[in-house]
Ligand binder design. Sequence first.
Ligand SMILES: NC(=O)c1ccc[n+]([C@@H]2O[C@H](COP(=O)([O-])OP(=O)(O)OC[C@H]3O[C@@H](n4cnc5c(N)ncnc54)[C@H](OP(=O)(O)O)[C@@H]3O)[C@@H](O)[C@H]2O)c1
Length: 280
Amino acid sequence: MPDSYALFGYPVQHSWSPFIHGMFARQAGQDMVYRLHESPPERFRSDVLEFFSAGGRGINVTLPHKRAAADLVNELTPRAQLADAVNTVVRRDELLIGDNTDGAGLLADLTRNLGLSFDSPRILLLGAGGAARGALGPLMSLEPRLMVIANRTAERAVALAEDFAELGPVSGCAFGRLENHRFDLIVNATSASLRGDVPLIPIGVVDSMTVCYDMAYGVGDTPFVAWAKRLGAARAEQGWGMLVEQAAEAFELWRGVRPDTRPVLEALKLRAAPGPGTRP
Ligand SMILES: NC(=O)c1ccc[n+]([C@@H]2O[C@H](COP(=O)([O-])OP(=O)(O)OC[C@H]3O[C@@H](n4cnc5c(N)ncnc54)[C@H](OP(=O)(O)O)[C@@H]3O)[C@@H](O)[C@H]2O)c1
């Protein structure tokens, strides 16, 4: 019987993860299945424990369960501990180990896929939810000269900055406090794009040297990517590459094989390109 993996989320039907892990498995000759498991918050814990009792080998976790998953596992990897959020769980003997591959996926996309390099960058991270938490440690590894977190609810940005203060100078604020600042890299880790919105930040944060990255992804430009292009940003990218790279990290953790992400990303972009046969 093939080894069993699943994505737990609510909702989850929109996910591309079965497509991505299916391609990884074929490429690496792995006998495994990967299914979607829609699990409302009140059932998340029991559903996951049931999955592992039935022999499941590993799971991915998405909205809104990443914090709950950190409470459920027996051990956290250092990066999951730092993020206080789990998007990947692997079973080792009788222990469930929780990891967070989101930030590594973001960094791999920025540096390897998009070929970007940064020298003491000024970084703006928008949002203070699970994805922002996962991204902050890896972004701090770029040794920014300025690291600002801005969030609709300013207190959450301030609290997040305080949690990561040991890694270097980082501050949190409201969107409106960004007046008179420009940034080299702006990462949108809000879920505004999912509702067709753009975070209400001053346009002066972007200039012709700024790289704008939206963790969200979709058919055609996301609202944030379209906004960044209108402002003349140097690059305006969406999160397909992060999606594939964070999945590759999870796959390696589960199967001990590092998949080649390039053909998967190309196939995904082709499928997601505007036109017949695509889904939002
Ligand atoms: N590409 C990838 O692989 C990948 C991986 C992970 C996540 N993501 C994407 O990252 C995004 C965030 O995910 P998450 O897990 O961090 O979600 P989350 O924990 O629910 O956090 C949502 C964040 O978005 C902010 N927000 C929501 N609506 C907004 C609006 N209309 N304007 C401004 N800010 C708004 C929230 O601000 P408040 O605190 O004020 O509510 C909060 O900071 C989602 O789009 C998700 O799809 C992508």
